[in-house]
Each structure stands twice: as structure tokens, then as C-alpha cells.
Design a protein around this ligand. Structure first.
Ligand code: TMP
Ligand code: ASP
Length: 254
């Protein structure tokens, strides 16, 4: 392939210039990191699975009118996306207590929350992505109040969609993280869209019956094979690379 200009490299993905202005190519690496990259490993095939899974979720959101940056998958590891102006936040939605919320408030993991809770973290590796309030976000100009209202509405729509899709295959969506950005249409009307990725790297997914973890916590806490866990999610959703030995209906291969 012709040499392409790298625009950005993160821990799990690389962005290259896209074929047309306003587009980028998002490449999924096999690198897994946790605890702000204190733990790092290469998990063969993770990038392929996350490319497919993120395609599945983003396309599903596009199809129901929830805007995302996703245009189309290009190959096993790459997808074409719209270039957006990233808002420097990690937006976490929680349905049940787990992870940092359990620790912070002393809640037992798995305790259902009275309503979905949306939290914001400032995306800055040097600071370890600290939790921030709307006050900080508005005061420091990372987003406006109107942006935040749109972000919360978007995050809750993503939550409803993902929870339903997961419940349909016997998986409980405990929590997840999205990143969001701004795009402008031809009339200069600004829209907030889902960007980055949606994959088991950025969700907590528990088997409904057994409670088995099927997400990056498997890697964070050495609970077994990460690629087995992600393959199980992909298999249940009917999303698997064509080369997989597991039989897949032909209509689901592309
Ligand atoms: P937390 O309980 O550690 O705050 O994580 C909440 C959710 O956000 C969980 O689904 C994992 C996801 N997450 C990321 O995607 N990236 C991160 O850097 C962190 C800390 C969490
Ligand atoms: N994404 C973060 C990291 O790489 C933290 C995490 O997901 O646990 O280090």
C-alpha cells in the first residue's frame, strides 16, 4: 500500500489521513494496555475483533439515527471514519456499580444503579484521566453547556441501544466509555457524534447467567484469555472475521 500520513497514534489505534478531505483511516492494533499503560501486552487478533465489533455497534447506531464518525470498514484492521473535532473527555455510562465507582463509593460490584449514571473524565494520560464535573468542563472551555446536554442525551441513547443488543445475546452491559466529537454540516450546524471505538476494550460485559467477564477486565485482572472473551462476544453477535474456524452464516460474513 502507498505510504500514508500518520495523523495520530494512541495506545490501541492509529489514525491515518483518509482518501478524501474530512476523512481518516482508523487502524486497530493488537496492543492491550491497562492502568494507564502500566500493563501492556500484545494480544494477537484483538485489533481484528475490535475493528469488527466497533463496526457492528457504530453501524447499528448509524442505522437508528444515533450519529457516529463511522463510514465503513475497509479491511480486517481498518475502517474509514469522518474526521471530527474531538472533545477531550471520556464519557462513562454506568448501569450497575463496578470498577472505580464501586471503589469510590464502597458499592458491591454488580449492584444495579437506580438510573444510568453519566460521568466525565478529562482525557489526559499524564494526569491519569481524572474525573471532572460539568463545572470544570465548562469553566475550562472543553465544551459548552449545550454540548454537554447533547453529549448526555447521546450517551444515554448509546446505552439504550447497546444494553438491548447485549441483552439479546445474554450479556449484561454493566458500563461503558465513549468518546465524542463535533462535526459541522453544510449549513454550519454543529452535531455531536460518537467517535473513537465501541468494543469490549471500553465496556464491562458480563454473561447474564454465569456473571463471567467478557471484556478488558479479563486482561486487567488476569482472569484468562482476552481473545477467547472477545471472540465469545463476537460469536454471540454473529460478528466474526471471515477466516474464523467457527461456522458463521454466509450472510453475516461481510
Ligand atoms: P472505571 O470503572 O475504571 O472508571 O471504568 C468505567 C468504564 O470505562 C469501563 O467500562 C471501562 C471503561 N474505561 C475505558 O474505556 N478506558 C479507561 O481508560 C478507563 C479507566 C475505563
Ligand atoms: N485505557 C487505559 C489504559 O490503557 C486504562 C484502562 O483501560 O484500564 O491504560
Amino acid at each position: 500500500m502507498a505510504r500514508r500520513k500518520k495523523v495520530y497514534e494512541g495506545k490501541a489505534k492509529i489514525l491515518y489521513e483518509g482518501p478524501e478531505p474530512g476523512t481518516l483511516i482508523q487502524y486497530f492494533k493488537d496492543d492491550a494496555t491497562a492502568f494507564n499503560a502500566q500493563k501492556v501486552e500484545v494480544i494477537e487478533g484483538k485489533g481484528v475483533l475490535n475493528n469488527r465489533l466497533s463496526e457492528f455497534f457504530m453501524q447499528g447506531l448509524n442505522d437508528i439515527g444515533v450519529p457516529t464518525h463511522f463510514i465503513r470498514r475497509i479491511n480486517m484492521r481498518e475502517q474509514l471514519i469522518r474526521q471530527v473535532e474531538m472533545i477531550p473527555l471520556e464519557v462513562v455510562v454506568r448501569n450497575s456499580a463496578a470498577g472505580s465507582l464501586s471503589k469510590r463509593l464502597g458499592l458491591e460490584e454488580g449492584t444495579p444503579l437506580p438510573r444510568p449514571i453519566v460521568e466525565f473524565y478529562f482525557k489526559d494520560d499524564k494526569l491519569g484521566d481524572p474525573m471532572v464535573a460539568e463545572e470544570h468542563i465548562i469553566a475550562f472551555g472543553w465544551a459548552t453547556q449545550q454540548d454537554l446536554d447533547d453529549v448526555v442525551a447521546l450517551a444515554l441513547r448509546v446505552n439504550d441501544f447497546l444494553s438491548g443488543v447485549m441483552m439479546g445475546v445474554g450479556i449484561r452491559l454493566v458500563d461503558f466509555k465513549i468518546e465524542v466529537g463535533r462535526i459541522w454540516d453544510e449549513n454550519d450546524y454543529q452535531r455531536i457524534v460518537v467517535a473513537d471505538e465501541i468494543s469490549p476494550d471500553s465496556c464491562r460485559l458480563w454473561d447474564v447467567k454465569t456473571g463471567q467477564k467478557l471484556d478488558k477486565d479479563v486482561f486487567r485482572h488476569d482472569l484468562g484469555s482476552l481473545s477467547d472473551a472477545y471472540s465469545e462476544v463476537a460469536r454471540r453477535l454473529g460478528v466474526l472475521p471471515a477466516a474464523t474456524p467457527v461456522p458463521v452464516k454466509p450472510s453475516l460474513i461481510n
